[in-house]
Design a protein around this ligand. Structure first.
Ligand code: NDP
Length: 315
């Protein structure tokens, strides 16, 4: 678990603005579970964070100085130079917020990277279809809560797992047909009770006992979208899965993915999410910490269940 002394909050002089660059006053910073992976010095799909350098991550802010005609002063943008109050970057590295009529911070959650993860993971990776029985773990989180709602909008039966009665009640409010409180008993037992006939799709955010329960409950030709395994991000030694051999008999299709695999199809995401927003089919919740010094605490909260919906820091 990352501790406070793994981080340092440092004052540096404002960077000068180069040709084609903009200065952005960050207003909202994202903390995301993938950042834990970037703290390990290993080869992965993105390079690790460098020691002594600022962390990076999703941010939303306002252009306060501009050397680019594309992004005038006052433009609201999203970019990847988070974990800092002010960012200086090439205008091409910042995107203006899409005009969906939602609050700015939604573009770090449901209408941004986590929302795209839910949308493409469910519909493309797991090929989920109307009528499917879908199980999603970490269902009260940013990705999971969006999976629940997209699945309902598409006519699926949804079972969401989350930790604690309050989170489970919210997942129900989002439209889930059944909820499993994994802190109240073994997740496998809860899932088998909720879906006695089994599941067609598993959207995995957790790994560990949740993945094992999904294997146990999987129907013939079930499809698993492996999105994340937050249960093991701080573990040196992941637990073994008891039901892995079920993959063979049930001919389960298990596919991992990274949301950037689908960035070229972003237009589909904004079209469908924009439509569901207008129809009032999307609910959102944010857990907000205040001020840059709260970043480590907000980040750690992802691993202890400190958030309902998207975890954010407001500056
Ligand atoms: P969330 O908002 O879901 O926050 C994390 C949540 O995970 C916590 O609130 C907690 O909820 C739950 N959790 C933490 N530890 C455990 C545990 N040991 N067992 C069960 N639940 C746990 O985060 P995101 O929505 O941003 O991310 C969800 C998952 O999606 C992560 O695994 C992340 O890595 C992955 N991801 C993958 C992407 C990809 O491209 N493949 C892109 C984005 C995210 P609770 O209180 O219910 O336990």
């Amino acid at each position: 678990m990352p501790e406070d002394d793994n981080f340092a909050l440092i004052d540096v002089p404002s960077a000068p603005l180069g040709a084609g660059q903009v200065r952005v006053a960050n207003r909202w910073l994202s903390v995301d579970p993938y950042m834990r992976g970037r703290m390990n010095d290993v080869k992965s799909y993105v390079p690790p964070f460098a020691l002594g350098e600022p962390m990076q991550g999703g941010a939303i802010g306002e252009v306060v100085e501009s050397n680019s005609p594309d992004l005038p002063v006052g433009a609201k943008v999203q970019h990847m130079l988070g974990w800092r109050e002010e960012a200086v970057l090439d205008a091409a590295e910042a995107q203006q917020l899409p005009p969906l009529g939602v609050e700015d911070q939604a573009y770090l959650g449901q209408l941004g990277m986590p929302g795209m993860t839910a949308y493409f993971g469910l519909l493309e990776v797991a090929s989920a279809k109307p009528g499917d029985v879908v199980f999603v773990s970490a269902a009260a989180g940013a990705v999971g809560s969006t999976v629940v709602q997209i699945a309902k909008a598409k006519g699926m039966t949804v079972i969401g797992a989350a930790g604690g009665a309050d989170k489970c009640a919210w997942v129900k409010e989002l439209g889930a047909d059944h909820v499993v409180d994994y802190k109240a008993g073994p997740v496998a037992r809860g899932l088998m009770q909720a879906a006695p006939e089994g599941i067609d799709v598993y959207f995995d955010n957790v790994g560990g006992d949740h993945l094992d329960a999904a294997l146990l409950a999987a129907r013939l030709h079930a499809r698993f979208a492996i999105c994340g395994m937050i249960d093991i991000y701080n573990d040196a030694k992941p637990q073994e899965l008891r039901y892995l051999a079920k993959v063979i008999g049930a001919r389960i299709n298990i596919r991992g993915f990274i949301v950037s695999d689908f960035f070229a199809q972003m237009g589909d995401f904004y079209r469908d999410m924009g439509g569901w927003l207008k129809e009032g089919k999307l609910k959102r919740h944010e857990t907000v910490h205040e001020g840059i010094a709260a970043m480590p605490e907000a980040f750690r909260g992802l691993f202890t269940g400190g958030n309902m919906g998207k975890m954010l820091v407001r500056l």
